[in-house]
Write a protein that binds this ligand. Structure first.
Ligand code: PMP
Length: 404
């Protein structure tokens, strides 16, 4: 190639640390606790095949033609209703359908951020959100989390000390069964976070792909709902969600609920990205949601993920109890584990690969200085028997690392 310079963010780019683990996945017999992949056996392939056949049988322009950038009108309505069930009361016009919620995050980054703008992010955090902020040249301010999610008191202390010019425009959080920690932000902290957003003038991006995967009890009220209660039409919360974890990630259907001025700008940014989310997958998603099969499929997934989480937590405690601490999540797909300080998850990773088990070393989830004694384990994809075998392999890797 000639010597034309890459744009600054791509001069020395770092790819997704999780996607870099892909080559290991194809090793025969590998058990993966690495990706946040829903279990294929728990996705309703039969229902989606029927929906897909119906969509093509009905045919017509909508199936074969470009669609509106904002999304198929009836799907926007269906997603508005679904959001309402989570306390995100909104109309179809407030919904932008995106190619997965990942695109929604990237649209917001484009629409709001200039290089050097400050963004607060819970830490550890979802790596693709960090990546998106980094590529935009944002100044990233990590906010620590504990077992009850984002430490809002720590955020408040940080905001008080920041000069006005460095106040954040955005704060990114996954408050409900977070990726990577599996934590649930307490109702008091949700309320407090909204108060801070109102006082310091930033927007909260509430990313909620896992809220439906609650193991027991009533769904948790979104931060969006708290924003509406406290600020009415000046709600500082933008809500993102996705069909990836409940219906199928291959559909690439996610959505954003935001005020009209934000939605309009995000739609313009989306025009330059992909014109519109694939109408075919939107119509399949719509037909599937209308078919009535979704609630039962989600319930099956909740029950099975809960069993898998139990199997993982119990086996970790039995085999590695002295070396690992992993709080039990109330939903979602992830365990966040802290290792004995004698163990380095990066070195342990190689030993684990040798034993035939994968996880994500914790460093991937930190925008700045990582805590090197952490790792993320997903219990979603392997079944209970594979989880028990995989944790056994991890225990062997630990034993080999402690006593090489
Ligand atoms: N946000 C979080 C917290 C996620 O874990 C994921 C998927 N791993 C996404 C967004 C992206 O999901 P989608 O498939 O909807 O783009």
């Amino acid at each position: 190639m000639n010597d034309i310079a890459f744009a600054a963010p791509f001069a020395q780019p770092a790819g997704s640390p999780i996607r870099e683990l892909f080559p290991y996945l194809s090793r025969p017999g590998m058990i993966s606790f690495a990706g946040g992949y829903p279990s294929p056996g728990l996705l309703d392939g039969e229902g989606l095949a029927q929906s897909s056949a119906r969509v093509f049988a009905q045919g017509g322009a909508a199936v074969l033609q470009y669609g509106a950038t904002e999304g198929q009108p009836e799907l926007r309505e269906a997603l508005a209703r679904m959001s309402g069930d989570r306390g995100v009361v909104c109309e179809a016009a407030d919904v932008l359908v995106t190619a997965g919620s990942q695109q929604a995050m990237d649209l917001l980054v484009r629409v709001f951020l200039e290089p050097g703008d400050t963004v607060c992010i819970e830490t550890p955090a979802y790596p693709a959100a960090i990546q998106s902020l980094r590529l935009a040249g944002a100044r990233i301010e990590p906010v620590p989390v504990d077992d009850a999610g984002l430490q809002v008191d720590a955020l408040e202390a940080m905001l008080r000390n920041l000069p006005a010019a460095r106040r954040p425009k955005l704060l990114y959080t996954v408050p409900t069964f977070s990726n990577p920690c599996g934590t649930l932000l307490s109702p008091q902290r949700r309320e407090h976070l909204v108060r801070l957003a109102m006082e310091y003038g930033f927007l909260i991006i509430e990313d909620d792909p896992y809220g439906e995967l609650i193991f027991a009890g009533a769904p948790v009220d979104s931060i969006f709902a708290s924003g509406r209660r406290q600020a009415g039409d000046r709600n500082p919360v933008i809500y993102l969600s996705s069909l990836s974890k409940t219906v199928a990630p291959s559909l690439r259907v996610g959505w954003m609920v935001a005020p009209p001025d934000v939605l309009r700008r995000c739609a313009i940014a989306k025009q330059t990205m992909d014109l519109c989310t694939s109408p075919i997958t939107q119509l399949v998603a719509l037909d599937y949601l209308r078919s009535g099969r979704c609630p039962a499929a989600v319930q099956r997934a909740r029950e099975e993920y809960r069993r898998r989480m139990r199997a993982m937590v119990d086996t970790l405690r039995q085999t590695l109890g002295d070396h690992i601490d992993a709080p039990e999540p109330g939903g979602g797909m992830f365990l966040w584990a802290r290792l004995d300080r004698r163990l380095d998850p990066q070195a342990l990773f190689q030993a684990a690969v040798q034993q035939g088990v994968l996880y994500v070393p914790g460093a991937a989830f930190y925008p700045a200085e990582p805590d090197h004694h952490t790792l993320r384990l997903s219990y979603a994809a392997p079944d209970c028997a594979a989880i028990v075998t995989g944790v056994g392999r991890l225990a062997q890797a630990v034993a080999a690392s402690l006593d090489p």
